[in-house]
Design a protein around this ligand. Structure first.
Ligand code: OOB
Length: 539
């Protein structure tokens, strides 16, 4: 095995020439993430790593508990290279489990609490997961029922580990705890985590991120955000998402000796008092939530003066709220345009206010290679709009176990096609102007139009369907299903019940339903979504 080889099948590594370059630049440091925690615990032992409700966990405790859980996982028979579907909310146990799995060399597939049987079943199957980790209940939903379905559908899943009361589906996560054993050696070029893609096509994809690239992702992000050990990072978005996990997020703050505070409900009435109580200095939000926080300062109590940096990303933040937010929350705003596949763009502390208001930042790394291309794949003249392609030290060369999809998702010379339309300013900052991919960005949550269409077409009352975004002041975009009914048209509420019954996550349900007699087609016979939207916009 060469130093740049992974043992995981279905992972596309960087070519040796690039791996060498990223090492020489000092970006890839060849230390597994599980080992990084040992170093952090050595340096910051008694300092607080995690705050969850009344619980405070020091670096030393986190380090020791992760080791015990790693030993427990090995005891269950979970081995290096095994995949484990993790679906936990914003709790300290997420971090303990993450490091335990990383130390075993097992690979967590990090799903969101909003995912349901359709997504989890597919991802567990794709990854051939051996275990599934859930809370007993969260947000009014009982995950044990979901686990029962997943176990029935996916035979590889041998263990269900439950945070809280396992009922009859599995064992308590708290019992995954054993005396120290020798841990396997982990190859830093290997896959550390599998992130879930927003999904441009039918089903969500798994994004393999290696120890080397993900550690760099978090460390370089912490540098750009000027995090220090005095910072307190508030985990407001779901921690399994790349943004709060590693941009710089939990991994970034732990790398500098600061603390991460977990928030399970990011509404202002819950978040503001917690910021006051914990002295949170940094957090990351999606635009609708940021705007809500900005407005809520008018009526909510809570001293937010500790907050120094508000990161906003996941969907386009319009210039107007971007101008208003720093005044409303009395802190600096940073726009972040990122993707689980890799590339991160940040506005910087020394950017002038106007750049922060109108741009979505510039690339994190000097090694990020960006191209902006037209429909033929040719570079557009500087400053003009085109699709963003990217290659670099933390951008994937392929989705996990997706050879066919990778043929189009990645160019022959290794650029990831983002599907985002951008134009680049002479300063290097990007302005996101739209998308070529069929994804609706509902306040930072990506909804695949194709996936939803497939499900809707399964309804007997629907002959044809086009799912399109409609502009929305709060969410940026909402999901509209335009249907040609078969017989009597179904009502929106009935469709939502139908889709929920098919195991689709709540955030993917259509917000609006429009009826049409027919749907316009393009020259090759595809539904012409542009025309569908144009017709809808006409009064
Ligand atoms: C983040 O990651 P994902 O994987 O959930 O979604 C990525 C997609 C991008 O390709 C783009 O279409 C959209 O979300 N997006 C933005 C944006 N940030 C993300 N579109 C416009 N403006 C922005 N600022 O969403 C993500 C990952 C890491 C950090 C931040 C966000």
């Amino acid at each position: 095995m060469t130093e740049n080889q992974s043992t995981l099948d279905g992972f596309v590594p960087w070519p040796d020439e690039y791996a060498r370059r990223y090492r020489e630049a000092g970006h890839w440091q060849d230390v597994p993430i599980g080992e990084l925690l040992r170093d952090w615990a050595f340096r910051h032992g008694d300092r607080t790593a995690l705050v969850d409700g009344d619980r405070k966990i020091s670096y030393a405790q986190l380090d020791a508990t992760a080791d015990r859980m790693a030993a427990g996982l090995l005891g269950l028979g979970i081995a290096p290279g095994d995949r484990v579907v993790v679906q936990l909310p914003n709790v300290a146990e997420f971090v303990v489990l993450l490091f335990a799995l990383l130390r075993v060399g097992a690979v967590p597939a990090l799903t969101l609490p909003a995912h349901r049987s359709h997504e989890i079943g597919h991802l567990a199957e794709l990854a051939e997961a051996v275990a599934y980790v859930i809370p007993d209940t969260f947000g009014g939903f009982d995950y044990r029922g979901l686990a029962r379905e997943v176990v029935a559908r996916v035979p590889s899943v041998k263990h269900v580990l439950v945070l809280g009361d396992p009922g009859d589906v599995g064992i308590p996560l708290s019992t995954v705890d054993a005396d120290l054993v020798d841990l396997p050696e982990v190859n830093p070029a290997d896959v550390a985590v599998l992130l879930v893609s927003g999904g441009t096509t039918g089903l969500p994809k798994l994004i393999p991120r290696t120890h080397n690239d993900y550690a760099y992702n978090a460390r370089a992000s912490a540098e750009v955000c000027e995090l220090t050990q005095d910072d307190v990072y508030l985990v407001a978005l779901p921690v399994a998402h790349n943004f709060p996990l590693a941009c710089p997020g939990v991994l970034g703050i732990l790398g500098v000796g600061g603390s991460a505070v977990f928030l399970s409900d990011p509404s202002p009435d819950n978040a503001f008092p917690l910021i006051e109580r914990t002295g949170a200095t940094v957090t990351a939000l999606v635009p609708p939530l940021a705007m809500l926080w900005g407005q809520a300062t008018e009526w909510e109590d809570g001293d937010l003066s500790s907050l120094r940096l508000l990161q906003v990303g996941g969907a386009k933040l319009a210039p107007e709220p971007a101008r208003a937010l720093p005044g409303q929350l009395d802190c600096r705003l940073q726009q972040v345009f990122g993707m689980a596949e890799g590339l991160l763009n940040y506005t910087r502390a020394d950017d002038d206010d106007e750049i922060v208001a109108i741009s979505q930042g510039r690339p994190l790394s000097a090694e990020d290679e960006l191209r902006v291309v037209d429909a033929e794949g040719d570079d557009v003249p500087a400053g003009e709009t085109g699709e963003l392609l990217v290659r670099g030290p933390y951008t994937i060369r392929g989705y996990y176990r997706a050879a066919k999809h990778n043929e189009t998702a990645i160019t022959p010379d290794g650029y990831y096609r983002s599907g985002d339309l951008v134009r680049q300013l002479p300063s290097g900052h990007l302005i996101v102007t739209g998308r070529v991919k069929e994804v609706i960005n509902r306040g930072g949550e990506n909804v695949s139009a194709e996936e939803l269409e497939e499900h809707l077409l399964a309804h007997p009352g629907i002959r044809q369907v086009a799912v399109i975004p409609v502009p929305d002041d709060m969410l940026g975009e909402r999901v509209c299903a335009v249907i040609v009914p078969e017989g009597e048209a179904p009502a929106l509420r009935e469709l939502k019940t139908f889709l929920t019954g098919r195991g689709l996550a709540q955030y993917k349900l259509p917000d609006l339903l429009e009826l049409a007699a027919d749907l316009p087609r393009t020259a090759v016979g595809k539904i012409d979504k542009r025309e569908v939207a144009a017709r809808l916009a006409k009064p």
